[in-house]
Design a protein around this ligand. Sequence first.
Ligand code: FAD
Length: 153
Amino acid sequence: MSSSVSRLVYISSNRIEGDDAAVRDAIDDILEKARKANAAVGITGALMFNHGCFAQVLEGERDHIEKTFERIQCDERHSDVVILSFETVESHIFSSWSMGYVGEDQEISQAFDSIRSTSGFEAANLPSEHIFNLLKERLVEAESDSARRQNAA
Ligand code: FAD
């Protein structure tokens, strides 16, 4: 992977309506299109949906991240999009996923609940590092599980 990689992390509120199945279908649609578009421009990353919030990590060339994020920001399936960080990093963390996915998880639901109630989704009040670490822990774990499953198949 290139030595100049940018990483953007954001959090947002879900605006997809309907029951759990409808939300899951909409997320499947987002993932299917995101994976194709991201793979075409070398973006990797992961999306988490929990307790009415999305959190996403996008890694790749800065220009591609900016263009992709412009589209994501305009998407009416979510709102209150808050960037937690956008920085140059040494390498991709999610190197094998054009867009990995982690769904509902009790511990993360509780953390998001508390983040939502204490921050009111105001960027200045959001514990950015804590959210990123939470994401990294769960997503790296899920990525390793997925790699293990693929190797075993
Ligand atoms: P088009 O597909 O031409 O759609 C036109 C407009 O309609 C866009 O504003 C689009 O956002 C909106 N739209 C499209 N489908 C629906 C729908 N089913 N319901 C409501 N509105 C819709 N895209 C990526 O390329 N990479 C990602 O990593 C990525 N992550 C995402 C994460 C989240 C949480 C969300 C909500 C969306 C994500 N998307 C991602 C999708 C992205 O927002 C765009 O929809 C997609 O990139 C297509 O963009 P487009 O300009 O070609 O729109």
